[in-house]
Design a protein around this ligand. Sequence first.
Ligand code: ADE
Ligand code: ZN
Length: 326
Amino acid sequence: EALLDLAMKMPKAELHLHIEGTFEPEQMFAIAQRNQVALKYNSVEELKEAYQFENLQDFLDLYYQGMSVLLKEQDFYDLTMAYLKRVHEDNVVHVEIFFDPQGHLSRGISFETQIKGIYGALKDAERDLGITFKLIMSFLRHLDEASAFETLELAKPYLEWIDGVGLDSSEVGHPPVKFENVFRECKALGLPVTAHAGEEGPPEYVWQALDVIGVDRIDHGNRALEDEDLIATIKHKGLTLTVCPLSNLKLCVVDTLEDHPIRTMLRYGLNATVNSDDPAYFGGYMNDNFAALVKDTGISKDELYALACNAFEGSWLDSKSKQQHL
Ligand code: ADE
Ligand code: ZN
């Protein structure tokens, strides 16, 4: 089909991707073995069978277990390089990826080990595959603000490698306002900021992301559509929404892809983009997400173009680099 072919071949930017969520079971077992650590599952098949989630927390429980086999700089390098090689096949030419330093610090893995591995792979893939990148440090919102502040201190020697700050993990019960002070300091340091908001949490959390944190974009944003004033405000500010169709399906944010709000977002004039979130867990990388939209929604060629352009426009590339993609 021509539409599918177009979607696959378009140059794309991915703005919402957790590098720990690209950990494929095969690679997880291989790294567990070389690090001599045990996994709770006996085989790749057994692990894959556990990938059935009723909500975000079900997934997060597995996600934190999975990342616990990452111990060495080489592990972080290999994880990141595998993702970059994979999305190169999907014609992804720019990535802005999250990592969760607290998910590793809590296990005794230094900030330096993490970031050197991830950044090393990003630099090598930029040279060898031509993929440009931004690296976003994300705070875990189920932890307290003091922990986020400690993480920010550890990040300070590496700010040259860090292009922005995010907020992720369990949303409900952990509103953006909990992190008001630490994001104020991040912004004072000149870092762009984004936050997961309105994935499971109510429109009020999206309002807080805007008004309390002052986000430069919104990750997910699905539930913003429940509030007309919020829609108008997001549109007026020109904020980008990093939407994740297959993630929303797997985490039961939507019942079916036909019900997915991404086309409604475009119709409202919102800058929606397509992203894979945690592709190893949610059944697909960038092109799988586009293919699913082509197959299950009535998406048009113009909408596909709009989604792809929105990603370059909403990226944190400088305006000259953006123009080269548009
Ligand atoms: N961490 C990794 N993926 C996430 C998601 N979709 N929502 C919140 N936190 C996450
Ligand atoms: Zn996410």
